[in-house]
Each structure stands twice: as C-alpha cells, then as structure tokens.
Design a protein around this ligand. Sequence first.
Ligand code: SF4
Length: 226
Amino acid sequence: MWKGYLLPATEIESAMNMQEPMFPLLRIARHRLGIDGQGVTTLVAGASCPLRCKWCINQDILKRNAAEMISAQELYERVRGDDLYFRATGGGITFGGGESLLQAAFFASFREICSDAWRLCAETSLAVPQSLVELAEQTIDEFIVDCKDMDPDIYHAYTGGDPSIMEANLRFLIEKAGPERVVVRVPLIPDFNTKEAQQNSIKHLKELGVTRLDVFNYVRRTASEK
Ligand code: SF4
C-alpha cells in the first residue's frame, strides 16, 4: 500500500492516527523574521522524514526515536509567550523538520488550542500520502514546499524518493488550497542539478500553476554549523 515511501508503513499509519496525536519534537527556535513565513515566527521542528537527501544536515531529523514526544497542549504552553509578537506581525508557528506533514493530525489538535490569529505554516517536501496533505490543508495557512528538482532523475538521485508523489501532491494543493497559499522553493543543489535544471523546474512549476517561487542555492553545512 505504501510503495514508494521510504518510511515503515507503521510510521505512516501512526501519523494518520487522529487519537491523541503527539509531536516528535526536535527543537523550537523563536523570533524568526522573514525566514519561514510572514511576520515573527517560531519554528517547531519535528523528527522523521520519508526522504534521504544527500545533503541533509542533521541525521537526527530522520529518527523519530531521537525526539521528545509532546502533546498539542504541551507545545502550546512552550510557544504561547510570543503571542503578542504573532498578533502584532501576522506571524505564528512554522512546523518544519523533518517532514512536517507527517504531523498533519497533530496540526488539527494544535489549531483547536491556539489563537485563530496565529498563522500556521508547514515546511514540506510533499513526499507523503495525499491523505496527509488533505488533512493538513484544512488547518495550515501556508505551505512552504521544497521541491528539490522537478526532473525525475535528479530528484530521485538526490532524495532516493519517488518524484511522482511530490508532483501529484503539489497539483492537489494548487487546486485545493490555491496558489496564494503555496510557496515553492527551488534550490540549486551542489553536485546534483545545474542552473539550467533549476530554470527547467521553474518553467514546469509555473505550468502547474505555481505563482510564488523562492529560488535559492543550497549551502553545504555540517550539523555543527547549523
Ligand atoms: S527532506 Fe529535509 S529532512 Fe528530509 S531528508 Fe531531505 S533535507 Fe533531510
């Protein structure tokens, strides 16, 4: 059933469990401005990811058992101190990782607790079952998608994953959420793609209806530089 995903089926099924969803917390980073969403944001990074990108800077991201499991209420208590910043700037919480959409069931629980004034963003590779994207779409205000590269061979060489999953989910999001709620990051990846491939990805994304693009260069860093 889960052919094409680089995670155990049990992990994907547990991500879909709506009963008391828990967040595998790796770290919280406060007072971010203009990095991952509008206004002042707090990044909440979770463990686990279906991909195996060659320049992934923190291998702990890939291990769910490296994380502290917390409830929506516990997370709220830890981030609520910045409520005034969020309200004053139109900011809020950005869920990252790892693959944040593995926590789509958690997002719904968190949304019930936090203020409607908080903007919720999710950084994602979209390398997840569409049911998780559908679930997240009901809660998340803005999706920040790292597409890696739209060329199937480059994508697979860099991530080990199946690019058709990402593209199908992106088509769904553009259709369902609308292009204004989706930013797609298009990186130049050392040793894996070229400026020409990057331009081809941009062209392909525009044809899919993407209107908000963030074109940038990956910088190779070690975990200690993060
Ligand atoms: S999508 Fe991100 S977290 Fe997952 S393997 Fe790639 S770089 Fe690492």
